[in-house]
Design a protein around this ligand. Structure first.
Ligand SMILES: [Zn+2]
Length: 120
């Protein structure tokens, strides 16, 4: 019996995520504030230059503005990253690489181990 997997993480550090609609990444996205430090230089995993698709998520913490997430997924190999921006990150963008464990019933947890894998 395999554990249930979702198309997107259902929770972020235990808080439910509300996801919007998938959109193709356009040039406009790269001009936006949230992605000012992010440029698509090709997929890190399969090295395709085809632009990823993106979906915006929001985590309502019940107090304050919550957490904004931007997920990018390579449509060739499925490699997915999430940009996180919240008051807890001083509105800096942090990037997380998703792995299979993030799609389970418990959602995505930001562990130090995963953050340590990240190099932009
Ligand atoms: Zn890829």
């Amino acid at each position: 019996m395999s554990e249930k997997r979702f198309a997107l993480p259902i929770a972020w550090d235990g808080h439910p995520i509300v996801w919007g609609d998938w959109k193709p990444v356009s040039g406009m996205t790269f001009c936006g504030g949230i992605t000012k430090n992010y440029g698509w230089r090709g997929c890190r995993q399969c090295h395709t230059r085809i632009l990823p698709r993106t979906v915006l998520g929001h985590v309502d913490l019940g107090i304050g503005p919550g957490i904004n997430l931007s997920l990018f997924r390579c449509m060739t190999c499925g490699y997915s990253t999430v940009l996180e921006m919240s008051e807890f990150t001083n509105h800096d963008v942090r990037e997380w690489i998703l792995d299979a464990s993030d799609y389970g019933l418990e959602g995505s947890w930001n562990t130090e181990m995963k953050q340590g894998e990240l190099t932009i």
